[in-house]
Each structure stands twice: as C-alpha cells, then as structure tokens.
Write a protein that binds this ligand. Structure first.
Ligand code: PEP
Ligand code: MN
Length: 353
C-alpha cells in the first residue's frame, strides 16, 4: 500500500519477503540511508521488517516498494515504531550471558534479578551475592549511583561500587545490573555492567536515553512514577532509535492517592505492554510496594499476570541498609520467592531462570 500524500512518510515499515536474501535487505537499508534516514533491520522468525526513523517528513519512500525482496511498505499508525508489535509480531527474547549461564527474558522465559538497593561495601555485596546465587539467581542488582530524594541521603559508592560489582561477577559468576544516573556515570556503568539500568526518575532524560541507545550493553528501563504507557514506550523508542535494540521494560509502581504503599504497582500495564510491544516487561515489586511483607504476594501476582521477569531487592541485614531497607526481603524469603515463582510460572507453561 502506498502511503497517502501529505502523510509523514517516515512513519513506515518495510516488510521483506520470507525468502529475501541478506543482500536484498542490505540494499533496502542502503536506499533508506541514502534518503537521509536511519534503517533498522529487525529479523523475525518468519521475515525481516525494516523500521525507518528520522525526522525528514518530506521524503518519498514509495520507491522502496519496488525494490527486490520487498513485500510491502506499511504506514505505522503509532508514533512508536521500533518498540511496536507492528514491527515485530513475536515476543523479543533478550538473553543475558553470565558466567553462571544465560538468563532469558520474554517469550515464556521469566528472568530473575535480585540484590541490594545499593552497593554499600564489599562485605555486604559478597554476603548478599552468595545467598542469592545459592537461591538460584544468576543476575545481581545493586546501585553504585543512587538517585535519592534527599541530597543528604547515601548517594552510592560510585566507581568503587562498580569495582565491587566486578569482583562479585568474578567471585560468584553473577551478571551485574546497575544504574546510570547521567551521561558521565553511564560511561562507567557501560564498562562494568551486563545490564544498564535507567531509573524511574530518568525515564524522560532524553539525552541519557540517547546515550544509552549508543551503548553496547542492554538497557533496563524503569517506568517513571507518573508516566503513561505511551510515554513509557516512547522512552524505549529513544533508546532503540539510536540502534540499541536490547531493552527490558520495567514496571515499578506509580504515584496514586493510595496511602498504604510507597507506590501503586500497576500490574495491568503488563498485558497492555504486550499488546503494543514485542519487548519484555519486568516487574519490580520492591519499589512497587515499598514494604517487605508485600513483595512476595506481588511477585506471585506479577508472574501470574505474565511478567517476563522480576527485579527484587534483597538484603542480608535490612535494618542496617543504607537505602530502601524497609522493602528489602531477606535471603530466605528470596528463596521462597524463587520457589513460588517457579511453580506459578509452570502452571502457565513458562519457566523461571
Ligand atoms: C532502584 O532500583 O534502586 C531504583 C532507584 O529504582 P527506581 O528508579 O524504580 O526508583
Ligand atoms: Mn531501591
């Protein structure tokens, strides 16, 4: 179908034939780039789709339709393209390699990330790492840069904290998930982490999103505390538009009038995301509730609702934690969480890893 005249032609998708050759795909991408736009070839199980981004609205893309191997050019109705199911029908499965083995998120795989809110010391990180690994986790979380509400609260250990996480990987085989709060910390986080976290407060820090999009590590993008679904997906689009297609979305609670939790965990966003996007969506029941005793019940619910992963705060001594102690579960509770998550996932023909 040719796009109607006057339409912003850059909102287009090129669908390649199932038998299109790599040469033909390259040729279409080259033609797109010649027009001053960016081509994003996304292979699917049946065919490759090529997303087109760029802000030159006047370019006539009709020529692409007649190139060898092209089945059709379809206008994308939504403002987000690369994150959308229109680009890629099947679920994206993101696989993170760790020394303990691979962890997959999406397509029936429920990945688990556990660890303290913040890296506080080598001794603390090692104590928690040992226990979460023994409970079956392969990815450890822990912030070296903490975006805190108060400037007087613990701000994280910065690079020495990242070095401790690096030691954790070597000592225990755990992959590392850790947050970058600005472009400067992202340079370092990219060096040390297996997954770079962008926190709720930075979900619309567009320069940081673009920087993460140029990085080579996968991104865990948390939903802003007042972000709509579209804003959340557009934030992911920023990362992907720069060429980093390895994005994990994460629901971590939004602000409401509810006064018995820190945030309201919006589990309904899981099926809503799955309708619109191929990306994996994780749930963070720790920030989503702020209370230790609510973390297990909401983890069960998250797995039941179809979350592609959980990120949970665990501390061996929450009373002394330098941040978020009230929502940290104990290592034995994490063990129980793993066991229950496995059993609930199995009922739904999904598997925890
Ligand atoms: C965190 O993961 O410790 C964190 C700060 O999360 P959020 O950005 O969701 O508040
Ligand atoms: Mn925290």
């Amino acid at each position: 179908m040719a796009p109607a005249s006057g339409e912003r032609f850059t909102h287009m998708l090129v669908v390649m034939d199932a038998h299109a050759t790599q040469e033909q795909i390259r040729e279409v991408c080259a033609r797109i780039e010649q027009l001053g736009l960016k081509a994003h070839a996304i292979p699917g199980s049946l065919r490759t789709a090529i997303g087109i981004t760029g802000n030159r609205g006047e370019v006539d893309l009709g020529v692409l339709e007649f190139l060898p191997g092209v089945v059709e050019c379809i206008p994308v109705s939504k403002p987000f393209k690369l994150v959308s199911r229109e680009l890629k029908e099947e679920d994206t499965i993101l696989r993170i390699a760790t020394p303990l083995g691979q962890v997959a998120f999406g397509g029936g795989h429920v990945g688990i990330i556990a660890g303290p809110c913040a890296v506080e010391s080598r001794q603390q990180a090692f104590a928690i790492a040992r226990q979460i690994r023994d409970a079956g986790a392969k990815l450890m979380r822990g912030g070296a840069y903490k975006p805190r509400t108060s400037p007087y609260s613990f701000q994280g250990l910065a690079e020495p904290g990242l070095q401790i996480l690096d030691e954790v990987r070597r000592e225990f085989g755990l992959g590392i998930v850790t947050e970058a709060i600005d472009n400067e910390s992202l340079d370092l986080v990219e060096k040390y982490a297996d997954v770079m976290q962008i926190g709720a407060r930075n979900m619309q820090n567009f320069s940081l999103l673009k920087r993460a999009g140029r990085a080579r590590k996968p991104v865990l993008l948390k939903r802003g505390i007042a972000a709509t679904l579209d804003e959340f997906l557009m934030a992911a689009e920023y990362v992907m538009a720069e060429g980093n297609y390895n994005v994990l979305l994460c629901e971590r609670g939004v602000r409401t009038f509810s006064d018995f939790t820190r945030n309201t965990l919006d589990l309904a966003i899981v099926p809503a995301v799955k309708r619109r996007s191929h990306l994996p969506i994780l749930v963070d029941p720790s920030h989503g509730t702020g209370k230790r005793h609510k973390v297990l019940p909401l983890s069960r619910a998250a797995v039941a609702v179809g979350a592609d992963g959980l990120i949970v705060e665990v501390h061996h001594d929450p009373a002394t934690a330098l941040s978020d102690g009230t929502q940290a579960i104990l290592p034995e509770e994490f063990r129980q969480l793993m066991d229950e998550a496995r059993r609930i996932a199995a009922v739904l023909d999904r598997s925890v890893n």
